[in-house]
Design a protein around this ligand. Structure first.
Ligand SMILES: [Zn+2]
Length: 198
């Protein structure tokens, strides 16, 4: 496949950027994994667009097909790890190693910005550095005190990841605007049409 990095298709699906956790915003670039999956990073140019939308595009480097393949691998590893943690199941060693290797190979520099602490890639490795930042975000979450708040969305077709920061730890959806609304609409239509409503 030789899709041009500079010209993403006009009908490329919009990004979902409403997840507060960087690593999970990234896993949301493939949505409805267990229904009709929507791939929001179909070509390298859309990876560039996503990094730019999240203030992760540090330089003018464009993603290659190999970068996109690495991004997809990282994304699915984070999704499997987060799902295992949410379900209190063992993590796959290959997935842990993929994240750990990325962090070993690509050093990130902590920088103090107006917004607080920001981990920046070493100069000259922008796309790979951005992937390392995403891996770093996942590692800090999965290995840190918020680990117990990692959950999967209750929409069976979505099962997207989020961090439940609600006081009662009773949040059910990856996004109130997407899966919360779907569930609400399904309820209005009655229990028999629940699956059809998605
Ligand atoms: Zn969801």
């Amino acid at each position: 496949m030789t899709a041009s990095a500079a010209t993403p298709p006009e009908d490329a699906p919009a990004f979902r950027l409403d997840n507060d956790q960087l690593a999970f915003r990234f896993t949301a670039t493939l949505s409805d994994r267990y229904g009709t999956p929507v791939e929001r990073l179909p070509v390298p140019g859309r990876l560039d667009d996503w990094l730019a939308a999240g203030d992760l595009a540090v330089g003018g480097e464009q993603a290659t097909t190999a970068d996109l393949a690495s991004a997809h691998r990282l994304r699915e590893a984070i999704h499997r790890l987060g799902t295992a943690i949410a379900r209190d199941e063992p993590m796959r060693e290959e997935d842990r190693e993929l994240l750990n290797a990325l962090l070993r190979e690509d050093q990130l520099c902590p920088q103090l910005t107006e917004a607080g602490l920001s981990w920046r890639p070493a100069p000259g490795r922008h796309v790979r550095g951005a992937l390392s930042r995403i891996a770093h975000d996942a590692v800090m979450l999965f290995g840190g005190p918020q680990r117990g708040r990692v959950k999967t969305c209750e929409n069976p077709e979505c099962q997207g990841l989020y961090v439940d920061t609600s006081q009662g730890r009773n949040r059910r959806w990856c996004s109130m605007n997407v899966c919360g609304n779907r569930a609400k609409k399904a309820r209005f239509r009655g229990p028999r049409t629940t699956t059809a409503a998605y």
